[in-house]
Design a binder for this molecule. Structure first.
Ligand code: FES
Ligand code: FES
Length: 184
């Protein structure tokens, strides 16, 4: 059988470095993030995702890791008020941003966010694994103002999967908050 002579992918070659024109990666890079209202000066590795930074380095375990591939929404957080999958974001690329996780939705005095109240009222969870992501996503959805009907809520929440199938109650909770917002 002929020997396979596969070329090494550039950047993954064992000796890739200055001799090949690319300097070695720095171990850590200084960044600043405001996380749940608190400004944090951090040193992060270039390959650390925002999700891993939150969970592994900052012990903010509310944000969940499901697929780690941008397909389940369990890792949803708010970045400058907009929802993102934190598993798909490199922390170093978010230098200077404001991050809100599920831990930051309630008021400092413990008063729950209206969306958290609505989820409780409508029994919009079972195991709760997807719930932090659902909550962050739902808060952003209300702010975005696109969704008015249950069908639109389902569409705009379709990036957040729930293995327990609590979808009907999640939609009810979001509809409740939308109605209260509209009545203001
Ligand atoms: S863990 Fe990020 S989308 Fe699934
Ligand atoms: S409540 Fe269990 S995965 Fe959604």
């Amino acid at each position: 059988m002929a020997d396979l002579d596969l070329p090494l992918r550039q950047g993954f070659a064992p000796d890739a470095g200055p001799a090949h024109g690319a300097g070695p990666l720095p171990d850590e890079i200084p960044i600043t993030l405001t996380i749940n209202g608190e400004r944090r000066a951090l040193h992060v590795r270039p390959w650390t995702t925002l999700l891993d930074l939150l969970r592994e380095d900052l012990s903010l375990y509310g944000t969940k890791k499901g697929c780690d591939h941008g397909q389940c929404g369990a890792c949803t957080v708010l970045l400058d008020g907009e929802r993102i999958n934190s598993c798909l974001a490199l922390a170093v690329m978010k230098d200077g941003c404001e991050v809100t996780t599920v831990e930051g939705l309630a008021e400092a005095d413990g008063t729950l966010h209206p969306m958290q109240e609505a989820f409780i009222e409508h029994d919009a969870f079972q195991c709760g694994y997807c719930t932090p992501g659902q909550l962050c996503s739902a808060v952003a959805l209300v702010k975005e103002g696109h969704a008015k009907t249950p069908e639109e809520i389902r569409e705009y929440m379709s990036g957040n999967l729930c293995r327990c199938g609590a979808y009907t109650n999640i939609v009810d909770a979001i509809q409740d908050v939308l109605a209260k917002e509209a009545a203001k």
